[in-house]
Design a protein around this ligand. Sequence first.
Ligand SMILES: C[S@@+](CC[C@H](N)C(=O)[O-])C[C@H]1O[C@@H](n2cnc3c(N)ncnc32)[C@H](O)[C@@H]1O
Length: 308
Amino acid sequence: MRRACVQSIRRSTRKTVSPSPISRFNHTSAKSSDSALPENDELPRHTHFGFRTVAEGDKEHLVRNVFSSVASKYDLMNDAMSMGVHRLWKDDFVSLLKPGKKGPIKCLDVAGGTGDIALRILDYAREKYADRETAVDVADINPEMLQEGYRRFKKTMYHNTPQVSFTEANAQDMSHIPSNTYDLYTIAFGIRNCTSIPAVLEEAHRVLKPGGTFACLEFSKMTNPVLDTLYDQYSFSVIPMLGTIFAGDRESYQYLVESIRRFPVQPEFAKMISDAGFTTGSMCEGKGGAWTDLWGGIATIHTGVKLE
Ligand SMILES: C[S@@+](CC[C@H](N)C(=O)[O-])C[C@H]1O[C@@H](n2cnc3c(N)ncnc32)[C@H](O)[C@@H]1O
């Protein structure tokens, strides 16, 4: 059953304060996770939130608080923290996927936030292939981030068209989407915030059609140890400071930096993608490999194909 549509004004489980263009899928319970403790009814399962260990059930709302807090400044901060480089990475990500090349496609952009990837996919398909039918459904756990995205799309030609929709949903539980629905699943700078990466990958595999592509852009591990040390120093000193200056919020940006350090390194994540049932390139970087490093591995693009 499809619930998401830009035009639909519906929130199933909340008091409606004002008409919202964002559909909401009730996503309170997530699937099993890669917790640090064995399953046991008596003990809370644990996971990480940045460098802190927290009860698994707490992570989602902690992450949601971070993005609620940064939503209005998110785009500005992205530019400030990366000196605009995140735009180049996102351009590279979408160019690599070539949406629209083989005709219009149906895309799901998960953890889509303010719609950076969705907008690029639609622009790319239109500008390169005169494709005005490729469509992107943006899903995110955080309504404030989606509101920013919706506001932004209002200024574009895609507003009020079937080419874009926004749904509040958890990447780990997309059960409102039937299996085998999408040609392309994208997730950019989102998966490291999720409690269970395997659960996200499992859902990605399920909602993709056979032949569909999974593509993830995420911060990763620099391959050069000297540059990695410099980058570490920059991240831990400059980014929380920029958070204080631009957003009055040091803690959220401290979390963002820590969460990057906790994310699996390239071969480990590639193996997780393969374990979820995707066919990847060989376990190496570059042409024919499972991943492509950007800027020496500060960010990495991973792809996989669902064969059947
Ligand atoms: C760093 S932002 C990335 C936004 C956008 N993809 C971009 O590249 O600009 C991370 C996003 O992941 C979302 N997120 C975190 N956990 C999530 C989950 N379990 N399911 C869906 N979205 C999630 C946050 O709300 C936030 O919007």
